[in-house]
Design a protein around this ligand. Structure first.
Ligand code: NDP
Length: 331
């Protein structure tokens, strides 16, 4: 068996960014249904912070990272959609993308179109597929039509800036929230029709005002604890609360009884990994993402780059709300 060595980032315990340690690992040949991929760039995601901190407990030690792009170096038995030498990108479950080379299940890996760079591919797969399923597969009763209002929290972040542009392309009227006036300006420049600095005061009253008292059809909430209560007050009757993250902390338990008086609203908690559980759904969603990026209607903003060995600083900046758009680790 031919093995190669790789630099990689592991955690041995849950905790702060200091737990992220550079190690040397040996990577073997892919088994059935697997590929070995040599990365050109690695994407950083907020889920990496939850997995590092222990909010999402992991079996330890673990190699973190859920997103990357590179070249297929070896293909295991039974893999037919990828060949040695293919450019490829992925959002993965299990984690392990913080490295130069890895073996992983082939089913989550897609060929990367020639018109999309490795860095863009690494930055956009997990975040772009998330924006795809939120706007196209997480819908309120009756669906979403052009002209409908939606509210998207953390609109200047990685998922957020992609969602702002994609929502505009779909004709949706997206109200974005963000943590500073500069971030609000960025959301507006990327397709949000309105932007609210939610650190400067309550956002629910403002949303009601912007929608003529009606509220929005969907709230996409990845902030969690800090935005939950007000978010429920922004939703039109029969509208949908789509919870998909907890950057400020987990949402406290609540009684379903509160949803009736708010207008018989629906609540869902979504995760990308249900949507990309099969090769077919992964490819269909990725094709939709590739199409919109190649059309130029969605641009992937890589606002931060760090070397793999500087990943502690990258986590610190992401958690401290100092980043906008996407972040990649370079190799
Ligand atoms: P972002 O680049 O959006 O970074 C997170 C942002 O959350 C920050 O920049 C900050 O923006 C905002 N935020 C609000 N409150 C806090 C807080 N107390 N601490 C830190 N940040 C805060 O990250 P990603 O694009 O990687 O992910 C966005 C969200 O989507 C995350 O919550 C992530 O877990 C979730 N997600 C969920 C998926 C799913 O399928 N369920 C898949 C992918 C992402 P600001 O300063 O403007 O408030």
């Amino acid at each position: 068996m031919r093995s190669v060595t790789s630099r990689a980032i592991h955690i041995a315990q849950h905790g702060g960014p200091e737990q992220l340690q550079l190690v040397q690992v040996t990577v073997g040949e892919p088994g059935p249904g697997e590929v070995r991929i040599r990365h050109h760039a690695v994407g950083l995601n907020y889920i990496d912070v939850y997995q590092r901190s222990g909010l999402y407990p992991m079996s330890l030690p673990v190699q973190l990272g859920m997103e990357a792009a590179g070249v297929i170096e070896a293909v295991g038995e039974g893999v037919s959609h990828l060949q040695v030498g293919d450019r490829a990108a992925y959002a993965s479950q299990p984690p392990g993308s913080y490295c130069e080379v890895r073996v992983m299940p082939a089913k989550c890996v897609c060929k990367l179109p020639d018109g999309i760079s490795f860095e863009t591919g690494a930055a956009m797969m997990l975040k772009g597929l998330t924006a795809q399923y939120l706007l196209k597969r997480t819908l309120p009763q009756g669906g979403l039509q052009a002209g409908d209002f939606v509210l998207f929290h953390a609109a200047a972040g990685g998922v957020g800036l992609i969602a702002c542009q994609w929502a505009k392309a779909l004709g949706l009227r997206l109200i974005g929230t963000a943590g500073s006036d500069e971030k609000c300006a960025l959301a507006l420049a990327n397709g949000a029709e309105f932007a609210i600095n939610y650190r400067a005061g309550d956002f629910a009253a403002k949303v009601k005002e912007l929608t003529g008292g009606k509220g929005v059809k969907v709230v996409y909430d990845s902030v969690g604890k800090d935005t939950w209560d007000q978010s429920l007050d922004c939703i039109a009757p029969f509208g949908l609360m789509a919870s998909f993250g907890n950057a400020s902390g987990p949402v406290a338990p609540f009684s379903p009884g509160i949803l009736g008086p708010k207008g018989s609203i629906y609540v869902t908690r979504q995760t990308l990994f249900t949507h990309i559980a099969t090769r077919e759904s992964t490819q269909a969603m990725a094709d939709d993402l590739f199409d919109i990026v190649l059309s130029g209607k969605v641009q992937i903003h890589i606002a931060q780059r760090y070397r793999l060995e500087d990943v502690q600083q990258a986590h610190l900046d992401l958690e401290s709300r100092r980043t906008t758009g996407c972040t990649v680790l370079t190799l």
